[in-house]
Design a protein around this ligand. Structure first.
Ligand code: ZN
Length: 352
């Protein structure tokens, strides 16, 4: 993973490459932010940059000040996530194939595939779906922590840093967290421990106090082109269904969004708010925001913005926001999106 492939985080990427170039590398860091922010991708890009044999520095004024080269042996191994000095720990659970005492070591290949497929912004829910255990909650256990200690005690294969990435570090149980704490107190030589977590509150305070924190801001709707297209299709079909209010296809649509993970649902709601705002600005103030806020459907792009008016934009926003909160509080996505659909359908009929 190179920094250039991570959208919307240039500012932080520049801070990270600066830390490495200055040689002030802390042996334990916590990348804190929502999974969709690219926190895991940033941690891996950071480790790749650290080991890169030919770091690239760009002219003053470039969006990125520096990046790994992407072609040296180190970078090539990182791109495939097969570098022998990169170790990854993440929550696991029993599955159809691993029926007892699961640990991250049993799932390395699945996790690599998952990271490649999700471009390293997959959520915890996506991971469980990948494992075929949607309804289970994974954990990082003592066995994982023992493996961490053993790994950190070994010599690095290639003479550089040994890097250990713990994804969803808040899923460590107490035994695992306490074991890890010992290694934080007595750091080994050239080791880099990168914890990636969404919530500081769910980590032991003794761990938080021993790591350097890197707060990864939410990218908001800094979506990839693919995601944006997926969302615009979803949005256009939704709005058309809301006009017709044909129950069967609408309920199919709700099922479709309910089947995605919570993070996707939240991103979609943010996308909807941003798109409605763009429509409103276009018709009410004649301000056209970027092309990326077009829906890519000429008929819809032509007709829809006029439906968003001072009389309904605020209510729509509020309804979308309420749904976002409900999803964050683990409400049923089906019910939340169905209620939202009824409200939106009503608001769409307000013309002024
Ligand atoms: Zn390189």
């Amino acid at each position: 993973m190179q920094f250039k492939d991570i959208e919307g985080q240039q500012f932080l990427a520049n801070r990270l490459t600066e830390i490495i170039d200055s040689g002030r590398i802390s042996h334990a860091q916590l990348f804190l932010g929502p999974t969709a922010s690219g926190s895991l991708a940033l941690a891996i890009a950071y480790a790749q940059y650290l080991g890169c044999e030919n770091r690239q520095h760009y002219p003053e004024g470039s969006a990125l000040r520096a990046d790994s080269c992407g072609v040296c042996p180190n970078c090539r191994k990182y791109a495939e996530l097969v570098h022998p000095d990169l170790h990854m720990v993440f929550p696991t659970t029993t599955t159809a194939t691993v029926t007892s005492k699961p640990c991250a070591e049993d799932f390395q290949e699945e996790f690599r595939d998952f990271m490649q497929e999700c471009r390293q912004v997959g959520t915890e829910d996506d991971w469980y779906v990948r494992l075929g255990v949607e309804n289970k909650q994974g954990m990082i256990r003592e066995k994982d922590a023992d493996n961490i200690i053993r790994t950190l005690g070994l010599k690095s294969y290639e003479g550089g840093y040994k890097v250990l990435v713990v994804w969803m570090a808040e899923r460590m149980n107490l035994a695992a967290a306490n074991t890890l704490l010992k290694t934080l107190e007595e750091p080994e030589g050239k080791t880099l421990l990168l914890l990636v977590a969404e919530s500081r509150d769910r980590l032991l305070s003794t761990i938080v106090s021993r790591v350097q924190q890197v707060v990864v801001p939410d990218r908001g709707t800094g979506l990839s082109a693919g995601r944006r297209e997926e969302f615009s299709n979803l949005f256009v079909s939704w709005m058309r269904l809301l006009f017709k209010l044909n129950m069967k296809p609408l309920s199919d649509w709700v099922d479709r969004i309910a089947a995605t993970g919570r993070e996707t649902q939240k991103l979609f709601l943010q996308y909807a708010m941003e798109s409605l705002r763009a429509c409103f600005l276009k018709t009410a103030a004649g301000i056209k925001l970027g092309d990326e806020l077009e829906f890519g459907d000429p008929k819809f792009d032509q007709a829809f913005p006029a439906m968003i008016a001072p009389g309904n934009i605020a209510q729509m926003n509020e309804a979308l926001n309420e749904t976002l909160f409900a999803i964050e509080r683990n409400a049923s996505a089906k019910i939340a999106f169905m209620q939202l659909s009824f409200k939106m359908s009503r608001y769409l009929r307000i013309k002024k």
